[in-house]
Design a protein around this ligand. Structure first.
Ligand SMILES: [Fe+2]
Ligand SMILES: [Fe+2]
Length: 483
């Protein structure tokens, strides 16, 4: 069943072009050019979303918005403004529109395909599934030429699909050449995937970056199911969640902090919490990660996971603290998106003093990016700002010291340093921990209680018991079942 969209715009040429585009994207579209007809359509039909031009006449945009607010409280509305100057001179205020129930505002000119993005950002998994036009069987394979930056990669063994494929799936033939092996709406074909995996020894699949949100939505749904399933090995669960968060962080870095992206992040953080909460054997996995295929975005996931594991050791831990910190971890380095690319890619040890000064601005730049977002709470903002402050006052940007630093921020700092040491030097987690502990000066960067709790994450109570290092009733021995 296609999702219905009500398009309202006085510009007939734009209206028909937008209508044609959305129909091609499998939406059902009603297009009208004035406010009165818009209200009539709303009265007669139910819509997934209303896309309303600010300059609509014969019942103004404001009138239509008030009509919707009174009669259809939860209607999803996107308002389109023709001229950026209206926003700049305060004639149109996003806050005022939000109060009237507007989910998003878009300013023309923009390419019509941007509508797809605007709409998909608001779709639940159910909406997404409803919006694909299902076909029996699979379509022909199709070769496409498109640059590599347009694609996201996923390991073939870690690819899962719903019965109807939600988005196009490709394999890479060579640089900038891809083969579409499954089309959105096709019935999922394990045979086709296996053919490439076994006969052609292909180990990765690709999807277009514009489908990243669909990927996150679907895979987070799967992650939740996997985490609940006791029979699934913990490493599969971690990998599944890693894929989701990695693509999520990539999405945040490319599209910035938009309300619907934040909502999606919350769902991912819920899964992180569930993973930390329910798995006794997770700690075994945290101690022995291997082959972690480090990408810029998986870094954020590992920081999230280890921070959450540390918090879990404290008596004051709660679902809210873990989810808040998980969110902050995924956003912690977002300020790097505003640094010159060459600096953002470098490790601090390789930087010149001048470059290092620039690098040191990323926590403040990060805060600036999320500052106006009401969906991101103040603790998250403070963690982003303080994630490089050190307990001994040697950090940046404010050289805060001791208890002046939020404990959660210091936890993220520790997990962040740890993950860097582990990935940069290709060390096992236990070796990376040893490196932190044996650096007498470096270890002062963290509150000593945190270090103690962090060690607990690594302590294998079974092994300790076996070696009779601890009596069976010791507190340490009971710590695998962290409460
Ligand atoms: Fe950072
Ligand atoms: Fe980091």
């Amino acid at each position: 069943m296609a999702l219905k969209i009500l398009l309202v715009d006085p510009d007939e040429t734009w209206l028909s072009a937008a209508k044609a585009f959305l129909i091609a994207q499998s939406y059902e579209v009603s297009a009208v050019s004035n406010g009165r007809d818009a209200q009539l359509s709303l009265y007669n039909d139910k819509f997934f979303a209303v896309i309303l031009n600010y300059e609509v006449q014969n019942h103004s945009c404001m009138q239509v918005l008030k009509f919707i607010k009174v009669n259809y409280t939860n209607q999803r509305i996107i308002v389109i403004v023709n001229d950026k100057r209206y926003v700049d001179n305060g004639h149109v205020s996003e806050e005022k529109l939000q109060k009237l129930g507007v989910a998003e505002m878009a300013v023309k000119p923009f390419e019509i395909p941007y509508l797809k993005e605007l709409l998909e950002g608001h779709q639940s998994l159910g909406d997404l599934m409803a919006s694909v036009t299902k076909k029996e069987g699979v379509s022909e394979e199709l070769e496409v030429s498109m640059t590599d930056e347009n694609f996201s990669r996923i390991k073939i063994d870690e690819f899962y699909s719903s019965q109807a494929v939600l988005f196009d799936i490709y394999i890479k033939l060579k640089e900038s050449k891809y083969l579409k092996i499954l089309h959105a709406g096709d019935t999922f074909s394990k045979e086709r995937i296996d053919k490439y995996k076994n006969e052609k020894k292909i180990d990765s699949l690709y999807f277009h970056n514009s489908d990243r949100r669909k990927f996150i939505q679907y895979n987070n749904f799967l992650a939740k199911k996997l985490i609940d399933n006791k029979a699934v090995p913990v490493l599969n669960k971690v990998n599944q969640l890693k894929n989701v968060s990695e693509k999520y962080v990539e999405e945040v870095f490319t599209h910035g902090v938009k309300p619907q992206i934040i909502d999606q992040g919350r769902e991912v953080c819920e899964s992180v919490f569930k993973l930390i909460e329910g798995q006794d054997d997770l700690y075994q996995a945290l101690r022995s990660f291997q082959n972690f295929d480090p990408t810029a975005y998986s870094h954020a996931f590992l920081v999230t996971l280890y921070s959450a594991a540390i918090i879990k050791q404290f008596d004051w831990q709660s679902k809210t603290t873990i989810e808040t910190t998980a969110m902050a971890c995924m956003f912690h380095d977002i300020g790097k998106a505003m640094l010159p690319v060459e600096i953002a890619k470098m490790r601090p040890s390789e930087m010149s003093p001048a470059q290092y000064e620039v690098y040191k601005t990323h926590p403040e730049l990060g805060l600036k990016l999320v500052e106006s977002s009401r969906a991101i709470n103040n603790s998250i903002k403070q963690i982003i700002l303080q994630h490089h402050e050190a307990y001994d006052g040697t950090g940046f940007p404010y050289q805060k010291k001791g208890n002046k630093i939020l404990t959660l921020a210091n936890i993220v700092c520790l997990a962040d340093d740890f993950v860097h040491i582990m990935l940069d030097n290709k060390l096992q987690p236990t070796e990376a921990l040893r490196k932190i502990l044996t650096n007498k000066e470096g270890v002062k960067r963290y509150n000593s209680i945190l270090i103690e709790k962090f060690i607990n994450v690594f302590v294998d109570p079974d092994k300790l018991q076996k070696e009779a290092a601890l009596p069976s009733n010791s507190r340490m021995a009971g710590q695998r079942k962290v409460s």
